[in-house]
Design a protein around this ligand. Sequence first.
Ligand code: B12
Ligand code: SF4
Length: 425
Amino acid sequence: MPDYADFLFKLRNKKILGVNPPVRDFAFFDLWAKPLGLLYLLDELRTLGNHVELIDCIFEAKDKPKRFGRYIPRKTLIPKPDVYKAVPRKYYHFGLNEDEFAKRLKETEKPDLVLVTSVMTYWYPGVIWAIKLIKKIFPHTPVLLGGIYPRLCSTHAKLSGADMIQTQPLFLKFEKPAMDLYTNPHYGVTLTSIGCPLRCNYCASSILWPEHRKRNIQKIIKEIQWQLSLGNIEDVAFYDDALLVGKKEHFYPLCDNLISDLPPLRYHTPNGLHVKLIDKTCARYLKKTGFKTIRLSLEGIDENTLRASSYKADEVSFAQAVENLLEAGFTREELETYILIGVPGQTLGDIEKTIAFAHSLGVKVKTAQFSPIPGTPLFEKASDMEPQIRKEPLLHNNTVFCTYVSKLMTPEELQYIKNLAHNSI
Ligand code: B12
Ligand code: SF4
């Protein structure tokens, strides 16, 4: 598969337009979702002497404000793709509609190149929709598609309508994300490391980033300082897979610098933290630095889920982490805990036990429904149950996989689990 890294880094004096497409799904929550990879890439291309612009179809359709600088984007009800016909839920287009996106495209000076990013594999309909409209307005401008969807589904992405597809890892300098391309950004974003040294059976981290690497602390501080100068920012979200790994050499010194060099901010970790690494010192660092939203990875306490999750959490380490965080001053309400639902091999009883265990410690449970990710061992297992997931990324959707694709549980059982998780603390 071709690698467009050389092509990109040789570009000079070009007009480059970055596009974050709308999302087409049953639901979309802004957990500080920004197209971070595209933003780092645009910054790097600008440093090389190109003129860059951005159309973010999600941010530009912001509607209702939520806590901590987030917004719910506008949504339009659209027909469901055929493979979702059996799912009795409404399907939406989240973000700019056709007229709005066309207007924004026409306002931009004709670009020499359009870069389209992508996140979830099953969000490809929004990608195809955006590329079609870009091609209509700028029929002679080449479109390069990158991001997680073509990295994980390279064959399928050939149908996206893009002229070029980046299927290889793209190693950037990661100086700063081009957040200045947003008018008045409401929160900052950062990535302090790439990859993760663990190998959970359902996770694509090691496929996307074969090595775990930390970024230079001064660079991270500078990039946050710079983002603060762009608007009224009081919140910063960390996109790391493994924020606490190597904490003594990296996370603690980073926290010391965040405290000494920056005004007080609220920090958020929407991805689950590794609980085995949350000892008393770590818990105190998280508290004194200003971490506000903490997501803990418990996943499941049954042997099947523990094995799939590289034994990264167990009952003892989880209870200890909760105790340390409470002692450091967090409230039980603040300790939201991810529990995986629908892992092949898991039973309803396993999930009930995990929820009961989390509730016995008084923490808030967040259910995360399993999404089979191409290239992972559990994708192979899941494709034995439903071979169509190899061809159709829509079937990776976490909203539908365990109930309508693998049929590991009925929709009623899933609802029962969700009620159990959310109501009975
Ligand atoms: C942050 C994150 C989130 C955030 C939001 C992300 C967002 N922007 O919307 C939150 C916490 C909300 C989230 C939620 C979920 N996530 Co998530 N998430 C991630 C994570 C950890 C990092 C993504 C990221 O920004 N990385 C940093 C940037 C720098 O990397 P990047 O975007 O890939 O960009 C690089 C390249 O791709 C490239 N690039 C990017 N754009 C472009 C464009 C062009 C033109 C080019 C040339 C190159 C290029 O350049 C960059 C540098 O190399 C990834 C794992 C990972 N390590 O990637 C999982 C990941 C994407 N998530 C995943 C999953 C499973 C989920 C959930 C379903 C979890 C669950 N079960 O509930 C939910 C679903 C959310 C939903 N339905 O709304 C899966 C993918 C699933 C799939 N089928 O696609 C991943 C891969 C993790 C995994 N388990 O393997 N997630
Ligand atoms: S610990 Fe998290 S990021 Fe690391 S491999 Fe497991 S799921 Fe992926």
